[in-house]
Design a protein around this ligand. Structure first.
Ligand SMILES: Cc1cc2nc3c(=O)[nH]c(=O)nc-3n(C[C@H](O)[C@H](O)[C@H](O)COP(=O)(O)O)c2cc1C
Length: 377
């Protein structure tokens, strides 16, 4: 087994509590650079366990995003992470699995020292790779220990060599839900921002990839009832046309998006035969579009708040098609100066969901399914 121990990045000194200490801007930047280097090193952990403390979670999420792996938040990696915790967390893993732990000092340094028999101290953002020699995780060999400064230098070298800068535009911590189960990082990171970076356009290849993802959605009888009217901001006239169709509350933030769309659905499967699943299938296509977009670090915000009849008029949409939703896409920004107070508040608010028990039933309607355990209720 190959174990990676990562100490969280540089965090702010003060917060409401130690638990809430977030990464600083520099900390985020450094972790993002490390993440790119880790990707080039072809790290492929099957699990990334993170301490629940915010600075560790944010570190883990940036790495997980780059490596395309979900994060498992685990109390075991919190303060006091020790050999017993390591044994428990790795018990069900295969001998050739790679696993990463994102946590705190002194536990990280102590554990790495204990496993290798060396006296090691890990810096913030430092990463150690230890290969386990036998069947149990009692003894390992230190293959390398990368200090954050080395990550910086490697990251810079790669950039200078002209590699594309695809540092993850990380989802803010308050928008990353503490899910009851591990999820794919794209699902975990998705949210609907109103803060879009008006200086960044979406290039043509990225936009085509996003639309291609919608194209390959499932649909009833493969009818593919979705249609998209698409206006990149670079096409000022088209962009303004869609913007004018949005409700005013949405216009105020969506004007900063990089691309606006109107999603339209074809309502009939044959003349006079309604397609009952048309809007369902449009939703599926948009869901794929949203996740593909996020894979390019492009965030999507869907809107019911627009004037369908105005869309019909402006674009001459035939009667058998229905303008269903509007969609804003763009790179998110954490600079919210251009937004209203209420929108700024909305960006800072945590995301909420009903419990699984309120939506997953068996036995009879409304009865939580019997396989849901306590943590899901
Ligand atoms: C069909 C649909 C219509 C929506 N309409 C609007 C809207 O008009 N304005 C808005 O600000 N957000 C709109 N939203 C975004 C939702 O408010 C948002 O998805 C929800 O609060 C959950 O937040 P999350 O997407 O960040 O998880 C819409 C979302 C969907 C799927």
């Amino acid at each position: 087994m190959r174990l990676y121990f990562l100490r969280h990045g540089i965090a702010e000194d003060l917060a409401a509590s130690d638990f809430d200490r977030a990464l600083t801007k520099r900390g985020r930047r450094r972790v993002a650079t490390s993440a790119k280097v880790m990707k080039r090193l072809s790290l492929e952990p099957v699990r990334i366990f993170s301490s629940p403390r915010l600075r560790a979670r944010q570190t883990a999420e940036i790495i997980a995003d780059a490596l395309d792996m979900p994060v498992t938040i685990s109390e075991a990696v919190n303060f006091g992470f020790d050999h017993g915790d390591l044994r428990r967390l790795t018990r069900k893993l295969d001998a050739d699995d790679e696993v990463m732990f994102v946590g705190h000092n002194p536990d990280m340094s102590l554990l790495v020292s204990e496993l290798t028999g060396l006296d090691l101290s890990m810096k913030k953002g430092g990463l150690a790779r230890i290969d386990i020699l036998g069947r149990s995780v009692d003894e390992g060999e230190l293959v390398w220990l990368i200090a954050p400064k080395v990550f910086d230098a490697l990251g810079m070298a790669a950039q200078e060599a002209g590699k594309r800068d695809d540092a993850p535009n990380a989802t803010p911590a308050q928008k990353t839900p503490a899910t009851s189960q591990p999820l794919h990082s794209l699902i975990q990171r998705r949210w609907s921002p109103v803060g879009f970076d008006r200086k960044r356009d979406i290039d043509r290849a990225t936009l085509l990839s996003i639309l291609e993802a919608a194209r390959w959605a499932a649909s009833s009888s493969n009818l593919q009832p979705w249609r998209f009217i698409v206006a990149p901001r670079a096409n000022e006239a088209e962009f303004q046309k869609i913007l004018s169709i949005l409700r005013e509350g949405n216009q105020s933030w969506a004007q900063h998006a990089a691309v606006l769309m109107i999603a339209v659905t074809h309502k009939f499967r044959a003349p006079d035969v309604e397609n009952r699943h048309a809007s369902h299938d449009l939703g599926l296509a948009i869901s794929q579009l949203v996740l593909q977009a996020l894979d390019h670090n492009v965030y999507v915000h869907q809107m019911g708040g627009f004037y369908p009849e105005k869309a019909r008029e402006v674009y001459d949409i035939p009667e058998d098609f229905e303008p269903f939703t509007a969609i804003a896409l763009g790179y998110q920004t954490l600079n919210l100066d251009h937004l209203s107070e209420s929108h700024r508040e909305r960006e800072g608010a945590p995301r909420q969901r009903q419990a699984l028990s309120e939506m997953v039933f068996n036995g009879s309607w409304g009865q939580p399914a019997d396989f849901l355990n306590e943590s899901n209720r």
